[in-house]
Design a binder for this molecule. Sequence first.
Ligand code: M6R
Length: 612
Amino acid sequence: MCGIVGYSGPQSAATPLIEGLRRLEYRGYDSAGIALGVSGKLFVAKKAGKLANLENALDSSLPIVHSGIGHTRWATHGGPTDRNAHPHVDNDGKLAVIHNGIIENYSELRTKLEIRGHVFTSETDTESVAHLLSDLRKEHKGDLAAAMRDAVNVLRGSFTLVAIHADNPDVVVGVRRNSPLVVGLGNGENFMASDVAAFIEYTKRAIELGQDEIVTITPTSVVITDSDGKLVTPKEYEISWDAAAAQKGGFTHFMLKEIFEQPKAVADTLIGRLSDNGQIVLDELRMTAEEIRSLKKITVIACGTAYHAGMVAKYAIEKWAKIPVEVEIASEYRYRDPIIDPGTLVIAISQSGETMDTLMAVRHAKAAGARVLAICNTNSSTIPRESDAVLYTHAGPEIAVASTKALLTQMIAVYLIGLHLAQANGQLSDDQVQHLYRELLELPGKIEQILETVEPLRELTRSFSENNIVLFLGRNIGYPVALEGALKLKELAYIHAEGFAGGELKHGPIALIDNGTPVIAILPAGHEHALDEKMLSNIQEVKARGARVIVIAEEGAHVEGAEHIIRIPIVPALLQPVLATVPLQVFAYEMAVARGNDVDQPRNLAKSVTVE
Ligand code: M6R
């Protein structure tokens, strides 16, 4: 939520700032703005709406200066207007600040600052920081970093703040608390951003910042201190993503590109996971076989699409490793007094590694003594940093707000964990594990097969584009797939979509079925259990009430009552979600296109949700 960029170096600052904002626009697109380090008085431009509005407003009068800050907003306090857009500036017009997060004590600060004579021009919580920093900087005789340190001790809430002052325009100062900020180390230039994607085309060297650490960059220096002013030794790391991965590469939308990247993402996540002696290699778990055998329970915490990967974990781990698994929406977890003991392993799943609801649940679990394992796609983000162990997925940057390849790789990660646990606690033989692992290795090819034959589905989808309701049915491990299909459709097509467990239909949801209601049913993989017959009955029940039924079924499976059948390759039942999800992603994508919606940046959403 909200994208932040800071730059100091030899380039005309507007270029890396606007480029950076373009890469971060997925984080919020209610407004965008920049402040450039013009000596004497800052140049500030900001506009409601997408980044393009700001770009159109920037004309040839744009000053060529070498430092600045930029922001793309997901609104919390104050509507998405020009006035509420960041940067916010002090009354001298010399200090500008951008912010991601929420300042919880902003109202109390505002009152105090107004009494001191500051005049506010926006409804945001952020503006109080601009005025506060302005006073503190004067107290510190022009030292912006010292002012930021004092501010951190006054502010409550979660925030990344980045500020600049016209009297020292080369100096950009940032801080983070419960919200992301990374530093990019260039050659004679330095960057700050919410996410490495913002500066990846200029440098692959980055530094992670700890809680409440204050960073000051100039073209040639990076200084980090803690909130007491003590110097901190930087933790540098190499960014493994390449710049091209954050471009559309000929596809019309990032989402479509990311759907088509799934075979590679899945294959990359599987690389090197079986040792020569047939053991699943998951050293990242940092658990001995003895510790695995003493596990009493696993709790998976996650939000949105990642939660659906958690549901897949429940079916797979319980079946293979016979360890009880509960799956919990992260935002609910810490508020219900969950039972946590040293025998509990908590698995936190998050693409971004920054989702505040999941982070807070992680902290709660850790404080209560649980061991926390993160499954994450973003290197050095907060959730893996605060967890005891991390298993990285290798999806590469996921730019579209709707999660696709991240989900498939999360599923692969939970399968690997399930197999590893089952092998360690003796619930599956080495032969069984190796067989399932070989099946996992075949998934990329099978996803490719689905993608090669997706054109008729795209055409079919367009015929449903006027419908305002779509229902999804699944049973067993097809149930999370149904939920995911519905979430994707809500998010992208803005229509009422619900996923149900097939057996629940008769307990209420069947009342929603009317003449012509589209119902998408996921037929369980037929060879491993008899649930497919029950789903076939559900199909008949909805068809009898006028539904238009689309069935996703494996090759060769017997299907009755469907208006359309989408065939997917045969896999062991528990692996089916990896394949069955793909046509539903395409369905949601095509619906969004047909309805003229913004596919990559659906309304009201942001990719990384860093507020609770
Ligand atoms: O970064 P995370 O995986 O923690 O994000 C969790 C959800 O916000 C995310 O999966 C969201 O539901 C997606 N936009 C769905 O496509």
